[in-house]
Design a protein around this ligand. Structure first.
Ligand code: LFR
Length: 460
């Protein structure tokens, strides 16, 4: 069988990777060619991403990709959502992008809501309230020293694509997280437009552009290599790669955040959906990702930073021996958004005392699993969508205890994996665009259901 290779750049809040996706005989195999850490840094009084540094890592990764797989067909890019860079008229990045974990939007939220009520906003953009949605960040940005010079607002995967190709577009699944897109028409909502525009929209599967000569020289990739738009919102790519057989499924994309919900043909904008804080994000092929952002492994990642002499496998093993029904926290508590001092913040919010790191770990996992079960139940009720199985994908799918707790608390079968669903979805949307994967998401998922290594958990 002949093999075709697609490069995926997949960057999350805690780390990035450049992956080769080898598609051969209906099976897609991922090879990570470069990994690099990511995290927020404090600069000029704000939490920011060192995005210039991340771009350097991307070039390093693409060089490794070209060296290992000279015949790469295309490159796709995804990152977390909502954050952006400001470019001046010449296309120069004005400042390193502020992170959604920065606290700058506190007053901005009130100003936006004074102009447009949360109810009216939901009717337009269909998004759950999160204090860091781009709409609020741009309101806060109006008082930044760079606003007057800004000519383009560019979402982060699109910024990488710009540096690689020179082309400015806004990929639509990620645009759907800005709060500025009309959820019904899938076009920019004129009534919410900021003074500085985003580049025009582009659908996943469309070619963004060819690599700039400088990038060709730096990476050794052929000058004919296109960047192909994928679900550039990492969660959109993850939902593509669910190993689902049929349609009666829900999912939890479990990483730094947990995104729990169902896939629908169109938005659900009921008052109840808004009250329960469900979002209608845009999926690949115009699907709706009806889900809730419910806090995630960030609570563990940040706790581990405070316990340098403890390792996760041992802590998980200890946590497993603790009895069920221990203290929990509300994983959605905005008090957990900022970095630092996490075990103490968890202890302060917990429903009972936490004496050891293992108890804290158990508390986080019980709380996450409880939130997953409740959220999937609500999603099913709000939409009338039947759910037989919950697919947990991403880093959390490796966490045996989390998967088992979710199965028993939800009373539903859980299937765990793939861990690298996001990179896989990135690869598969490119592969489809270049004729190497099936035409529909259903067919793509049915293939994954038979080729991916998946674990099943039935309710205890
Ligand atoms: C997951 C994710 C979520 C989004 C959050 C912030 O990585 O993209 O979908 O709510 O990060 O961008």
């Amino acid at each position: 069988v002949s093999a075709e290779v697609f490069g995926a750049v997949d960057i999350g809040a805690s780390g990035g990777r450049v992956v080769a996706g080898v598609v051969a005989g209906g099976r897609t195999t991922l090879h990570v060619v470069h990994r690099f850490p990511n995290g927020v840094v404090t600069r000029d009084g704000h939490l920011r991403w060192d995005f210039t540094g991340l771009y350097r890592e991307v070039l390093t990764g693409l060089r490794a990709l070209a060296a290992a797989f000279p015949e790469v067909v295309s490159i796709g890019i995804d990152t977390w959502a909502v954050d952006y860079g400001l470019l001046d008229e010449d296309g120069t990045l004005l400042a390193e992008p502020v992170s959604y974990r920065d606290g700058r939007t506190a007053q901005a939220v009130e100003r936006v809501h004074a102009r447009t009520s949360p109810e009216a906003l939901y009717a337009i953009n269909g998004l759950q309230f999160l204090p860091f949605t781009t709409l609020y960040q741009l309101e806060a940005e109006r008082s930044s020293p760079w606003w007057d010079e800004a000519a383009h607002v560019v979402l982060l995967p699109d910024l990488l694509a710009y540096w690689l190709t020179g082309e400015l577009r806004t990929e639509i699944t990620n645009a759907s997280t800005t709060g500025l897109l009309d959820v019904r028409t899938r076009t920019w909502a004129p009534e919410l437009a900021a003074d500085v525009p985003f580049p025009p929209l582009q659908e996943p599967g469309e070619v963004r552009g060819l690599l700039r000569p400088e990038v060709v020289a730096a990476t050794g990739l052929p000058a004919t290599t296109p960047v192909t738009s994928v679900g550039s919102h990492d969660t959109a790519s993850a939902v593509v790669a669910l190993p689902a057989d049929g349609s009666r499924f829900a999912y939890v994309s479990s990483g730094t955040w947990s995104l729990a919900g169902v896939e629908l043909p169109g938005p659900v904008l009921s008052a109840r959906a808004r009250e329960l804080n469900f979002t209608n994000e845009g999926g690949v092929d115009g699907r709706t990702r009806f889900l809730r952002n419910v806090g995630g492994l960030w609570l563990l990642q940040e706790s581990l930073r405070e316990w340098p002499d403890r390792d996760l496998p041992t802590l998980l093993a200890e946590a497993e021996t603790l009895p069920p029904g221990g203290p929990t926290v509300d994983v959605d508590d905005p008090a957990f958004i900022a970095p630092g001092d996490m075990p103490n913040r968890i202890a302060a919010a917990a429903t009972g005392p936490l004496r050891t790191p293992a108890e804290t770990v158990r508390c986080v996992l019980d709380s996450l699993a409880t939130a997953y079960a409740r959220t999937i139940d609500q999603a099913a009720t709000l939409t009338g969508h039947d759910v037989d199985v919950i697919h947990i994908v991403g880093g959390g799918s490796r966490n045996d205890l989390l998967c088992r707790l979710t199965a028993s608390l939800s009373g539903r079968r859980v299937t765990a994996g793939p861990v690298e669903a996001t990179a896989l979805g990135n690869v598969l949307v490119q592969a489809r665009a270049h004729g190497a994967a099936p035409a529909t998401l259903e067919a793509i998922r049915a293939t994954l259901a038979t080729t991916e290594d998946i674990r099943h958990y039935d309710p205890a």
